[in-house]
Design a protein around this ligand. Sequence first.
Ligand code: DQQ
Length: 533
Amino acid sequence: APANQPYRTGYHFQPPKNWINDPNGVMIYKGVYHLFYQYNPKGAVWGNIVWAHSTSNDLVNWTPHEPAIFPSQPSDINGCWSGSATILPGGKPAILYTGIDPLNRQVQNLAIPKNLSDPYLREWVKSTKNPLMQPTAQNQINSSSFRDPTTAWLGPDNKWRVVIGSKVDQLGLAILYKSKDFVNWYQSKTPLHSANTGMWECPDFYPVPIHGQNGVDSSLKGPYVKHVLKVSLDNTRHDCYTIGSYDNVKDIYKPDEGSVEGDSGLRYDYGKYYASKTFFDDFKNRRILTGWINESSSVADDIKKGWSGVHATPRKIWLARSRKQLVQWPVTEIEKLRTNHISLANKLLKGGSVIEFSGVTAAQADVEVSFEIKDFEKAEVLEPSWTNPQLLCTRMGASVKGSLGPFGLLVLASEGLKERTAVFFRIFKGHNKYVVLMCSDQSRSSLNQDNDMTTYGAFLDVDIRHHKLSLRSLIDHSIVESFGGGGKVCITSRVYPTLAINKAARLYAFNYGSQSIKISKLNAWSMKTAKIN
Ligand code: DQQ
């Protein structure tokens, strides 16, 4: 990153300047990946929102285009907010998005490509029938809580369905609309789903096969798929999901028994990650998740540096074998940026030790490590009241010594460790099983105290008696995206080191537990800079 801009990313998506938020309308068309995103052309804070547009052949390098959708009709004159793409029969893309009308009401609009032979889909034409869905006296929909249409899917009656995020009081709603022709939409009597978790932004609803890691088209239904409903909770800023079943005749989604809705349930990411969206990549038969990573710095600092917000590395997403959660892994294309490989195997990490890895550019790196644990009996007991993993990680940060852990990586660290972000594990003895806690501790990530340095954490469902414990961290100047247990827990953090920048950044493995841990293998690479916009 430039010396005066040490927090610019090397391979995480961002425009040259200004504010960005939600990824929108992500899709693949004629072999080209399209990413649209919420963008303020005029500054580093939210406002004046348009759909900026970039395309890519590999989800790694991105070419910018002119904004694709911007205020131009009464139905979107005060902003073009989030929405999704649907591929209609014949391979024709259509975008549904939220417009802000002259009365500042949220309404839903349609746009289609002007020229289908342009693989870059540079120009979009809005329907003259816009808005296609709007709050009225009859439907009683709250005009300031009616936004973010999903990708639509086809039901057995050959009608399209789409979900719009909403709420009534504190009840989050996935309002369902149906249509025969994608233009005339009518509201279904009952929502697809609702729960008492506050406003649902950016809902996402899609099938996942029960076997394997492939993805399927949003319209697929059958005995071999389960369904996922993700909602972005605007009060906690978390992307939460449940896994369940979808009755496509009654048009009801029901989370599986035992699912927890909202913040104490499952999250795509237990760090900073919001307003995400998936799409089905029919070229590689996978479902890909894209998401927005907000800043953790002050607005004043964002204005000073002239930009705010990045996107996470696109992740492939599939159902875990347990069928109780999803698994995510950075798309393999990102690996072509790897260079300067270093590796190590069977290295004992004694209690209280720290070892440095040199030979990679630690400010822009990809690190994969797996740990082997013995002496399970030495694990500390997990108190029954310790049910909140984030709180546990906060109380037992990286510098609090334990027995089996804390062990893991110190990234974006300065010499002497005045600054460091610690991504680590602790093993506890729970009620007839071992419990793995994964943490990302930002409390000492920067000497600049103006940043949000909240610690994150989650429990990781890995049976460590039979499996090694793996951790991968994608490090990119001000971003640390970590994947525990092969992608069962993801934690993304934003950090703003003042010493550990560019060449001064270092990478370590550490074990502050009393018991030895073995690094069974470690592979690390410098990451080349991608061509982004
Ligand atoms: N961002 C958009 C909204 C959405 C929110 C506005 C989520 O459509 O609800 O920029 O970050």
